[in-house]
Ligand binder design. Structure first.
Ligand SMILES: *Cc1c(COP(=O)(O)O)cnc(C)c1O
Length: 372
């Protein structure tokens, strides 16, 4: 705290990302990075963009990243006017809160979800209500369709009129549970709230779900957000995008152009285009992660863990006899890092990123030793 701090800064509660330890030889299963390298075409494209002497870095990048928008549009069968791109999907989401979710009425998101959402609400002064997940940690679409449960007191239905909802946002699959909501359930939520933007954060959709991008032509209130950080192995490049009706995209462009004209640098644009262009590499690495997830889930179950059904590149698991925080600590002593949240309802869970088969085996061996 300092007397130089603005009131806004005094009141902020920033997001705390999973740690990026500077220690070598860790088994790092805490931030849902992809264990496989990106497509080799990414490096080739970046090198080509640099050229012999990197002289092109002298010049600003394309402020509209038109090449990247065209690549996203081609990959997903939409037009470039339906695509917004940003410096990681976290930046895209930040603009979404400012441009499309900040209204008089509160927005809704699950009580257990991506913990950046309440942070953006704090930053932009967006009012929100959390909607409890069902007892099995899934999203109940009925809670977002007029009939919803009162915040904090689960199981007591309370009517909420349509104009009382300023917007809706949730990840699909949800984080940190990994649970998937079916596409028809999403469409029901979108249809039932025609006067509110529904944002589906599909950071993990490629690991086992069906994208809602196919619905944007039918629903002008649906925005789907993607990242290249997880399924495209490019967390270090910082590229995300959103797909929706051109009017939603225009709102995002207005905020972006009031904030930073060049959120994507030359290397990020070139690398992202190349990544979207290598479908075989994408399919191969996603399949490998899905296969490892199946094995990891069964190994954890064999050790007595309850593992939520995951459609993501992580699993969310708890052991009936062992404290979650203690397990995370014991793993850390064995140089294995997983994510543990000290939050209501989920403080007994570990969120474990699906690594290579060798990393998953190291994790299950360590757990076997810890559990005794
Ligand atoms: C990882 C993640 C993001 C952010 O991804 P970046 O593109 O790396 O900023 C957004 N939403 C959810 C739910 C995530 O897990």
């Amino acid at each position: 705290m300092s007397r130089f701090w603005s009131q806004v800064v005094r009141d902020l509660t920033p997001y705390v990302p999973g740690e990026q330890p500077k220690i070598a030889n860790l088994v790092k299963l805490n931030t849902n990075e992809n264990p496989y390298p990106p497509s080799p075409r990414v490096l080739a494209a970046i090198q080509e963009e640099l050229g012999e002497d990197a002289a092109r870095l002298r010049l600003y990048p394309d402020p509209n990243a038109d090449r990247l928008k065209a690549a996203v549009a081609a990959r997903y069968g939409v037009t470039a006017s339906q695509v917004f791109v940003g410096n990681g999907s976290d930046e895209v989401l930040a603009h979404v809160f400012m441009a499309l979710l900040k209204h008089e009425a509160p927005i809704l998101f699950p009580d257990i979800t991506y913990s950046f959402y309440p942070v953006y609400c704090g930053l932009y002064g967006v009012d929100y209500r959390t909607v409890p997940l069902a007892d099995d940690f899934t999203i109940d679409p009925a809670d977002y369709i007029g009939q919803r449960k009162h915040p904090g007191s689960r199981g007591q239905p309370e009517k909420m009129a349509k104009n009382e909802i300023g917007g809706i946002i949730f990840p699909n699959p949800n984080a940190p549970t990994g649970c998937l909501l079916a596409l028809d359930a999403i469409e029901r939520i979108v249809s039932a709230n025609p006067d509110a933007v529904v944002v589906v954060d599909e950071a993990y959709i490629d690991f086992g779900g069906e994208t809602a991008i196919g619905l944007v032509d039918r629903h002008d209130n649906l925005l789907v957000v993607h990242t290249l950080s997880k399924s495209r192995s490019l967390a270090g490049l910082r590229v995300g995008f959103a797909v929706g009706h051109p009017a939603l995209i225009e709102a995002l462009e207005r905020v972006k152009n009031s904030f930073n004209s060049y959120p994507l640098d030359r290397l990020a644009i070139a690398g992202a285009v190349a990544a979207l262009d290598d479908e075989p590499h994408f399919e191969r690495t996603c399949t490998a992660v899905i296969d490892s997830r199946r094995q990891l889930t069964s190994d954890l179950a064999g050790l007595g863990f309850e593992v939520l059904p995951s459609a993501a590149n992580f699993v969310f698991a708890r052991h009936p006899q062992h404290d979650g925080a203690a397990l995370a600590q014991a793993l850390r002593q064995r140089s294995i890092i997983v994510r543990h949240f000290r939050l209501p309802r989920i403080d007994q869970f570990l969120r474990i990123t699906v690594g290579t088969d060798a990393e998953c085996a190291a994790l299950t061996e360590a757990l076997r030793a810890i559990l005794g």
